[in-house]
Design a binder for this molecule. Sequence first.
Ligand code: FES
Length: 124
Amino acid sequence: MSTEKSNTEKHFLCDDHDIWADEIRFFEVGREKVMVWRDDDETLYAYSATCPHQDRDLEETGKRECVCGPHDDDKTLTCTAHSWEFDLESGDGLNPSGPQLNEYEIGVENGEIFVVINGGASND
Ligand code: FES
């Protein structure tokens, strides 16, 4: 029998009907803040709410808009601290390219939305 402890944890966020299409919501999961977007097709995406540039809280600095021009406003999140932009469908950096939002696995079971946090999300 293995004594290894799994370092991956599944966390309940809310009921499935609590996030509407085209809505972004934020959740505290232990020490992590998770940003969840449900697109118009009801697909769920979950990312860390921490901007990879200088760790600003995207709940405070995130805005649904492409300020550099060519991208779809509805699918772009701009961190207004320094205008870095991210594709909400992939988490990829659009401007600049390269940096990415940290993505979490997300799903629905028995009418409840959950995320999986690797490394846990304890309050330690
Ligand atoms: S902290 Fe987000 S763009 Fe600088």
